[in-house]
Design a protein around this ligand. Structure first.
Ligand code: F6R
Length: 235
């Protein structure tokens, strides 16, 4: 059962997210799954203003574009350095290698690391089509780290970060749904009107591979934070 907390102030929402991470750390969490995207930027900015110390912790990012070097400004490695790691270094930080020569070797390497260091805490955003990580609709709930071809709608949603849609990579590596579900505790942030429809699907406890995030309805410890209020007079 997915729990939800609704906020009327973005500042309160992000403060609560920071407090949740601090609490997890205080309870012994040392391995953190991290996400990128617009939703996470204010969270990382807030974390950087605190005295949280991740220097004994390990991080794993959910995903990375194929074909972008870590120094490319739109790679997720670059994003993480810029928004978090430069100010808050971890003992070790892992991301899939977007330049890996052999996708099968790379996905096995990453999944192996995840199994070696089980995730205590996973941070998630959500796509309008229900994706988590880059697990697009139709992805098996049994999936492990794998190579994906991005949906056109996902490329368009992410085109805002590139100078044109043609520059948005067509493939990415992502943790699978099963890799994400193994995390002990999951915090999902659903921010902005564009996420309303998919949030309702998630909270309705649907369980369908057509909406990847609905896998979470079977996870014992998921909290969703949102700025979206319940719609009144819903028919
Ligand atoms: C990014 C990721 C994606 C995003 C999702 C929402 O690492 O895993 O699933 O969380 O696409 O992106 P924003 O926050 O930009 O709306």
């Amino acid at each position: 059962m997915v729990k939800v907390k609704r906020f009327s102030s973005m500042d309160d929402l992000y403060s609560h997210a920071v407090a949740t991470i601090v609490e997890a750390k205080n309870n012994g969490a040392t391995t953190f799954g991290l996400a990128t995207g617009g939703t996470m930027e204010p969270l990382y900015a807030k974390i950087c203003k605190t005295d949280i110390d991740f220097s004994h912790c390990i991080s794993f990012n959910l995903d990375e574009y194929v074909g972008l070097e870590a120094t490319h400004q739109q790679s997720y490695a670059y994003y993480m350095n810029k928004h978090l790691f430069n100010q808050k270094p971890f003992l070790a930080s892992y991301l899939p290698d977007g330049l890996a020569v052999d996708p099968l070797v790379e996905t096995a390497r990453y999944e192996g690391l995840l199994q070696q260091y089980p995730l205590d805490f996973q941070l998630l955003g959500i796509g309008q089509n229900g994706h988590i990580g880059f697990n697009e609709p139709g992805t098996s709930f049994a999936s492990l780290t794998h190579l994906v071809t991005l949906e056109e709608s996902t490329r368009q949603a992410n085109a805002r970060f590139f100078s044109s849609i043609d520059e948005v990579p067509t493939q990415a590596y992502t943790m699978g749904i099963q890799s994400i579900m193994r995390a002990k505790c999951i915090l999902l942030l659903a921010v902005g009107e564009a996420k309303r429809e998919v949030l309702e699907r998630l909270l309705a406890s649907d369980y369908t591979e057509d909406v990847p995030a609905t896998a979470l309805s079977k996870h014992p410890n998921v909290m969703v934070l949102t700025d979206l209020q319940e719609e009144e007079n819903k028919l």
